[in-house]
Design a protein around this ligand. Structure first.
Ligand SMILES: C[S@@+](CC[C@H](N)C(=O)[O-])C[C@H]1O[C@@H](n2cnc3c(N)ncnc32)[C@H](O)[C@@H]1O
Length: 337
């Protein structure tokens, strides 16, 4: 395929996901009587960021920082099949939102095993992170919220790792913290299949879905643990990654995880984090960011928004190499010195 054809196919794929999802989102806004709108300038800023993300995605693949196959690896039909179940879930989420019922969790789970901030149904989703049902619907639900750009944002962690590994001899040990169902980790592992991976998450249900989806050729160990106290030796990893964890943690837990990441990373090792944008670098889209927790149960998000990931990491001893906006998220690249 020529470059132009590939670019056209890529944009056609995104339009075919984005446009119907946007129509459904608008319909739901009307049904739930959400009239407040960001300013025109802010809508334009969000749109510009979106187009920059897609451009960056195409350029990264063209530069060989990840394989072009990732650009087309969107399981549209798998996700479409979950839509009837998601529609039922939407009704349940609305009920929980109206009743502020964030403790509606499965009866058969021993909640004492989890920190207080985890014992809730984030996003008003059924069972929070504590069931197979929730884990099976999660990926499609996230793509719905981000209009098909979630995997694109996630894979923006890969370029700094590709550059790092190009200068690394031997097999690297790579830890992904809060792997969830594995959408970020699998894209990284498909790019660098011969490395040794560890996938850690507090939800056994999410990790089970990840484990089932994992390609047998990849060497991934799955570890159900709290990121605040990781069961790994000091300086035992070359690379640590994490995607969309920190906006769901209270400030003190966030700080503890930074320190744990610093402890397990070897000197000279690379840390790459992707998470929601924050006001520190993204005031141009502040209305959109402020609105995010209004519809989804995200109790620590307002505090996260006013915090600064890079500053927290620097406090934990990291040297910050880059902070790069990626649509409504950002990538922070840091080193342990
Ligand atoms: C928003 S999801 C992100 C998952 C995945 N990285 C992705 O890109 O979709 C947050 C994940 O963090 C996990 N999590 C939350 N608190 C945690 C903790 N203290 N230790 C380990 N995992 C945690 C949850 O179980 C969930 O899988």
């Amino acid at each position: 395929m020529t470059v132009m054809l590939k670019r056209a196919a890529y944009h056609a794929q995104h339009a075919s996901v984005r446009l119907p999802l946007f129509a459904v989102q608008q319909m739901l806004r009307v049904l739930s009587r959400r009239w407040d709108q960001p300013s025109r300038a802010e809508v334009k800023a969000v749109q510009d960021r979106y187009w920059r993300l897609l451009d960056r995605d195409l350029s990264n693949a063209e530069l060989g920082l990840y394989p072009e196959s990732l650009l087309f690896d969107f399981p549209m039909f798998e996700y479409a099949k979950t839509f009837p179940r998601l529609a039922v879930e939407f009704g349940r989420a609305i009920r929980r939102m109206r009743d502020a019922d964030y403790k509606d969790l499965p009866d058969d789970v021993d909640l004492t095993r989890y920190p207080h901030y985890f014992r809730r149904n984030f996003h008003w989703q059924s069972d929070g992170y504590l069931s197979k049902r929730s884990a099976e619907l999660y990926d499609a639900g996230v793509e719905f919220v981000f209009l098909g750009s979630a995997d694109v944002m996630r894979r923006q962690i890969i370029p700094p790792i590709s550059r790092f590994l190009a200068a690394h001899s031997g097999r690297a040990r790579i830890l992904d913290v809060a792997t969830g169902t594995g959408r970020a980790l699998f894209q990284l592992a498909k790019t660098h299949p011969s490395q040794k991976y560890y996938a850690l998450d507090l939800s056994q249900y999410y990790l089970e879905v990840a484990q089932r989806a994992a390609n047998d050729d990849l060497d991934i160990s799955f570890v159900v643990e709290n990121a605040e106290e990781m069961p790994f030796k000091d300086e035992s990893f070359d690379v640590v990654t994490s995607v969309y964890l920190f906006h769901e943690l209270p400030k003190n837990a966030r700080r503890r995880v930074y320190r744990e990441m610093h402890r397990v990373l070897r000197p000279g090792g690379l840390l790459v984090i992707e998470d929601s944008a924050q006001l520190s670098e993204s005031k141009d889209i502040s209305h959109v960011l402020e609105r995010f927790p209004a519809d989804l149960h995200e109790p620590f998000y307002q505090d996260y928004l006013r915090d600064d990931l890079a500053a927290g990491l620097a406090e934990a001893g990291f040297r910050i190499d880059a902070v790069e906006p990626t649509f409504v998220s950002k990538v922070v690249v840091a080193r342990r010195e």
